[in-house]
Design a binder for this molecule. Structure first.
Ligand SMILES: CC(C)(COP(=O)(O)OP(=O)(O)OC[C@H]1O[C@@H](n2cnc3c(N)ncnc32)[C@H](O)[C@@H]1OP(=O)(O)O)[C@@H](O)C(=O)NCCC(=O)NCCS
Length: 148
C-alpha cells in the first residue's frame, strides 16, 4: 500500500471526491487550497484532502474509499497517515460531517471525538436536500483528534 500526494489535475479523482461530497461546486471551495493524497494498493483505492484552517487546525475536507473497497481498513490507513505526517506541525486534526451512522462511527473508531456543530450547514449551503440512511443531513458535526 502506498499513499502519495497529488499536485496536478486533482479532478481526475472526481468520482471518489463525489462519494464524500456530492455537490461539485462545494468541492471547488477547497480543492485548490487543499493538499490531496491518494491511496494505491494494486490500483487507486481512496483519497483524502486536508486544509490549513489556521490556529493549528488541520481539517479533513474530503475522504473517500471506492465502494468495492470500503471496510478493509483503507479509510483508517489514510487518517493514520495524515496524523503521522502532520503531527507536531498542527495541534488538532478535525473533520466536519453530517450526523450520519455511515461516518460518525468511522471517525470515532479513528480516535476522533465530537467537538461542536454548525446549525443548518447542509440546508443552507447545498442546493438540494442530502439524505444518508434515509435521514436528511441538517447540521455539520465537527469531530477532533489531537495531533500533538
Ligand atoms: C467513510 C469511509 C471513508 C471509511 O473508510 P473505510 O475504508 O470503509 O473504513 P475502514 O475499513 O478503514 O474502517 C475503520 C474502522 O471504522 C469502522 N467503521 C467504518 N465505517 C463504519 C460504520 N458506518 N459504522 C460503524 N463502524 C464503521 C470499521 O469497522 C473499522 O473498525 P475496526 O478498526 O474496529 O475494524 C468510507 O466508507 C467511504 O468512503 N464512504 C463514502 C464517502 C464518505 O462518506 N466519506 C466521508 C465524508 S464525511
Amino acid at each position: 500500500m502506498k499513499i502519495k500526494e497529488v499536485k496536478d489535475n486533482k479532478k481526475q479523482y472526481l468520482s471518489l471526491l463525489l462519494l464524500a461530497d456530492e455537490q461539485e461546486d462545494m468541492i471547488d471551495r477547497y480543492i485548490d487550497r487543499g493538499v490531496m493524497y491518494i491511496l494505491e494498493d494494486a490500483g487507486i483505492k481512496g483519497e483524502c484532502i486536508v486544509t490549513d484552517e489556521g490556529n493549528g487546525i488541520l481539517e479533513i475536507k474530503n475522504i473517500a474509499v471506492g465502494p468495492a473497497y470500503q471496510g478493509k481498513g483503507y479509510g483508517k490507513a489514510l487518517i493514520d497517515f495524515i496524523a503521522m505526517r502532520y503531527r507536531g506541525r498542527y495541534s488538532v486534526l478535525q473533520v466536519g460531517t453530517g450526523d450520519s451512522p455511515l461516518t460518525i462511527p468511522f471517525y470515532e473508531k479513528c480516535g476522533f471525538t465530537r467537538s461542536h456543530s454548525i446549525k443548518n450547514f447542509f440546508t443552507e449551503n447545498y442546493d438540494h436536500p442530502i439524505y444518508e440512511c434515509g435521514v436528511q443531513l441538517i447540521d455539520m458535526v465537527y469531530l477532533q483528534r489531537n495531533l500533538v
